[in-house]
Design a protein around this ligand. Structure first.
Ligand SMILES: Cc1cc2nc3c(=O)[nH]c(=O)nc-3n(C[C@H](O)[C@H](O)[C@H](O)COP(=O)(O)OP(=O)(O)OC[C@H]3O[C@@H](n4cnc5c(N)ncnc54)[C@H](O)[C@@H]3O)c2cc1C
Length: 382
């Protein structure tokens, strides 16, 4: 491993790798990515459900998604690696007038930014997602451009393209400390030795707060466990089945191989780094799924796993230079939508680091918004 770099990116998840690729494209200099685990994407990225949607309530998140979807559609051309972005659409099932009012307001904003979103009647829902029970659903939002991507495809794509551009990626290399002098970062201490550098990108996902603390920088947010269950093959799930979100239940599901992937956000889970699978959590997911898709009664369970959401107080990412120390750039806190936002996040992070005009105005994501009280919460989170 090199002992000196122009930038050390801490974290070989999707955010660190997308940032590395974009920095290399802008010819930033010697770029080193360090990842504490043996495999890239071993953190939250590898646990993610693969959903990609632009249906958010906040302008910046809609813009981040639209830019990311544009990059995903052209990924092979832009990054040089073939991936599958399956634009089967995202459907939000609405059960009451309060949800309808909230989503109608969001649709107005989404449409004003150029997103094509429909409001569906229950009969139309059944045509697109046949086994879904709709007798208690009043409407659904649907955006056909949303869809599914494979997180490991994106990891491989960004990692191999970054390497081709000269980025060094060191696995099993854990940042254990940051050295500073006169209020500026000078080196990263790792279990493999010290790397001198004037710039660190903190892309450590749920661990970003710990990396921040190493140099006295605050990265607001906390890790929370989220679980997923997959089923065996189901012959009634069409190839075009979308991502379906039952807003009231907090449940989401989409086709995965020949079956379904089911997830639910248990808001009662206490923050922490535990990613063991809780059987009670799994049962709740299955019970909620049975309520919405009664045919699942005969489904076989294939796998279940848990991962960490990196949840910030306003459910939006933190992208920008830390205020407390010179030489730390934060790209973290994606609050459950980091895979889908990675293409845009990598791009604007690299633009900001290189002092260029950014493709999207990153002000609402800046690290100092919390201290300034300039926080606008993203409400459409799962
Ligand atoms: C169950 C679940 C479902 C999800 N579903 C979706 C979805 O459908 N769509 C979506 O867009 N997002 C989804 N997400 C969120 C998404 O997975 C994350 O937002 C995204 O992966 C964050 O990427 P990251 O690179 O910031 O973090 P990570 O992937 O966690 O990468 C950070 C890396 O930093 C490494 N690291 C940490 N500390 C150190 C250190 N000291 N030294 C070196 N390396 C270190 C970690 O090992 C890790 O590999 C989901 C998350 C979960 C848990």
């Amino acid at each position: 491993m090199i002992k000196k770099a122009d930038v050390v990116i801490i974290g070989g998840g999707i955010i660190g790798l997308a940032t590395a690729f974009n920095l290399a494209k802008l010819k930033y200099g010697k770029i080193l990515v360090i990842e504490k685990e043996l495999f890239l994407g071993a953190g939250s990225t590898g646990k993610c459900a693969g959903g990609v949607r632009a249906q958010f309530s906040n302008k910046v998140n809609i813009e981040m998604s639209m830019k990311s979807e544009e990059i995903l559609v052209n990924f092979e051309k832009e990054v040089g690696y073939p991936i599958v972005f399956d634009q089967v659409g995202y459907m939000f099932l609405l059960s009451n007038e309060r949800e309808l009012a909230e989503f109608t307001k969001a649709i107005e904003l989404q449409r004003s930014l150029g997103l094509k979103v429909d409001l569906l009647e229950p009969a139309e829902i059944s045509k697109i997602a046949p086994p879904v029970r709709t007798d208690d659903i009043i409407k659904a939002t649907f955006c056909k451009a949303d869809g599914l991507a494979d997180p490991s495809d994106l990891i491989q794509g960004y990692a191999s393209a970054a390497r081709k551009l000269g980025v060094e990626i060191a696995v099993e290399t854990e940042a254990i400390g940051l050295k500073t002098r006169n209020g500026a970062i000078t080196a990263v201490t790792t279990n493999q030795g010290e790397i001198s550098t004037p710039l660190v990108v903190n892309a450590a996902g749920p661990y970003a707060g710990i990396i921040g603390q190493m140099a006295g920088a605050k990265v607001p947010g906390e890790p929370v466990r989220r679980q997923i269950v997959t089923t065996g093959p189901l012959d009634y799930i069409p190839a075009t089945f979308p991502m379906v979100v039952d807003v009231q239940a907090g449940l989401y599901f989409h086709k995965e191989s020949a079956g379904l992937l089911l997830g639910w956000a248990d808001k009662a889970v206490k923050p922490g780094f535990d990613i063991s699978v809780d059987p009670e959590y799994t049962d709740t997911i299955l019970n909620k799924a049975l309520e919405r898709v009664p045919k699942l009664e005969t489904a076989e369970i294939s796998k279940s796993w848990a991962g960490l959401y990196e949840t910030t107080p306003d459910h939006q990412a933190i992208i920008g230079f830390a205020n407390e120390i010179k030489g730390m750039f934060i790209a973290a806190g994606f609050s459950g939508h980091g895979m889908m936002h990675a293409p845009a996040a990598g791009l604007i992070s690299a633009e900001l680091i290189c002092g260029k005009n950014t493709s999207i105005d990153p002000t609402p994501l800046s690290p100092d918004r919390f201290a300034k009280g300039a926080v606008s919460e993203e409400t459409n989170v799962i």
